[in-house]
Design a protein around this ligand. Sequence first.
Ligand code: SF4
Length: 360
Amino acid sequence: MKIATPLVAWQRAQGRHGLPWQQTRDPYRVWLSEIMLQQTQVTAVIPYYQKFLMRFPDVESLARACSQEVMAHWAGLGYYARARNLHACAQQILQNWSGRFPPDAAGLATLPGIGPSTAAAIAAFCYAERAAILDGNVKRVLARYFAIDGDPTTRAIEQKLWQLARDEVPTAVQLKRDPMMMTAFTQGLMDLGATVCTRARPQCQACPLSKGCTAFAQGRTEELPWPRAKKTLPERSVGMLIACNRGKVLLQQRPDTGIWGGLWSLPEFDSALDGGDGCTQLGVSAQNIVSLSAFLHVFTHYRLTIQPVLARATTTHLIPVAEKITIQTKWVPITELSALGMPAPVRKLLDGLHADKLLN
Ligand code: SF4
């Protein structure tokens, strides 16, 4: 049984209709929401989306902004490569597409940070194009509906799911009869995965697809889709220096590529060193050097133990002994920290110290 007809009827009657990005077919707004929603919950995205749009109301204002300001508006949403790609994408649209988004999924997919599923979603919502999406939620729905065994993150299973996703898109005949069906179908897949066919305890009794769902019929909804094969994440550790001098904190801008790329963070030193040697390695003259409680931050690919060290710098002059101190290092007044794009764990650390008045 094809899923389009029952899914579209359900979406129109019971799906989500009040999300801020659903009231428009403006590709800029739809694109922004799709990028923010990758790996992030709707409730977390809404305030960021609204604030971002107030500052960057269109693709041109975003393209012309400095990367620091873009990162500052993104800080806290995580997965910062998305923000870097967002900015690069806006600049390419301005330079190569005369400020207008490409008019179809194929063109959209050539831009930075826009994969085939995101391109299809934008094209479906903005241009009613007949294009299939396959994000994490949709993979789950299809893997259950068709009882697909195997890890969906592997290439073979993913290809199979893409084929099913394409097969289930409304037909050209259906779309001729009902041109807005593509929007409702795409939104319906997203809504179903987010609210009914959830990872834990799917609400099959309330599902518009339950009549044709193989996992439901076979009582296999708990075991499908297969979980991703577990990998042991490598462990790393680093020392972070919180050097203060007269109400200012020493910060370093991360390189554009890699973890936390482009964000302002604390200078790092070898975790094998104690705080005093860490200051020396970074070229900071300091006293009152205190090690704070270490904490763990888990990235997708590794686990990082951060050992913060608080120190009172005796001067803002940095001894040029270490490569780690570069022109991207600066002393920032504590009152101005909130305006900078910073990694969430670093901001949390500094906020905690500021609240405890240790930074004053
Ligand atoms: S019947 Fe259950 S498992 Fe099947 S698609 Fe619906 S919610 Fe998911």
